[in-house]
Design a protein around this ligand. Sequence first.
Ligand code: AMP
Ligand code: ZN
Ligand code: FE
Ligand code: FE
Length: 286
Amino acid sequence: MPADLHLHSYYSDGTFSPEEIARRAEAAGLDTIALTDHDTLLGCRETAEACRRRGIRFIPGSELTVEWDGWEVHVLGYFLDAGYEPLRMALARFQRVRQERLSGMVERINQCGVPLGLESIHASAQCRAPGRPHVARALVEEGFCASYDEAFDRFLRRDRPAWIPKCRISVEQTLELIHAAGGVAVMAHPGLNQIDAAIPVLREMGLDGLECYHSRHRPAQVTHYLALAKENGLGVTGGSDCHGFSKKKPLIGSVAFPRHHFEHFLEAYRLRSAAASPAVPSIPKD
Ligand code: AMP
Ligand code: ZN
Ligand code: FE
Ligand code: FE
């Protein structure tokens, strides 16, 4: 179990600091991790440093929300160059929309007769990319919901009263942006979206990999997506999607992800960066 390539910190909607992530990665015996906060690379420098001190290889990343045929798809960008200006501008825009969305969600929850205060969320969401998990945690902490899941079920899930879409850009634009920023693009948790039809289409547009291994994929889904990755010539990745404690335990390191897939993934990155682009990011070497 050498790698966990899908982790969130408190720079987006996770609860762990970079230091805590690196410490837990070490305890779990991981030799490589990626940080994939939503719409931000802010935690990457700190996480890289915390990993460097422990001899863990670190890959900078971010999870972006894109739109395909009216569906929401999450795309993980790895090895992104945080200094690439068009990427910085896009992330700033996504973050702005997330902040407005946070106020909108709270307003709608208030309209349902639940007097949740925006201040209590701001106190816990210091990050620039707040999301529904912040609202769910505040609803539980303030005693308005018995559990995190209840908060999603009553208010935050799609088609519930406080559901507001995020800023989404098209798949084409996103893949272009990731590649121009020196990155590799991977479709996150296809088993949660269940729009397999998107996979060959995104592949045509330049998608590099498929996150076949994920903490919420059942074994049959892993097998299914491994076959689809092979059929479509896509690389294979995996990660826990840890956001902190989930049902009292952290998911980090919980997803077994065979080494040879990881080597192929790195190879795809090397090929990309050899073929491209002025904006090749600096990553720690083996
Ligand atoms: P956002 O990016 O603000 O839309 O929030 C997405 C995050 O909310 C995901 O990364 C999950 O961690 C969490 N999430 C989404 N749907 C649910 C759900 N039904 N139950 C619990 N957590 C969820
Ligand atoms: Zn998240
Ligand atoms: Fe996701
Ligand atoms: Fe995620």
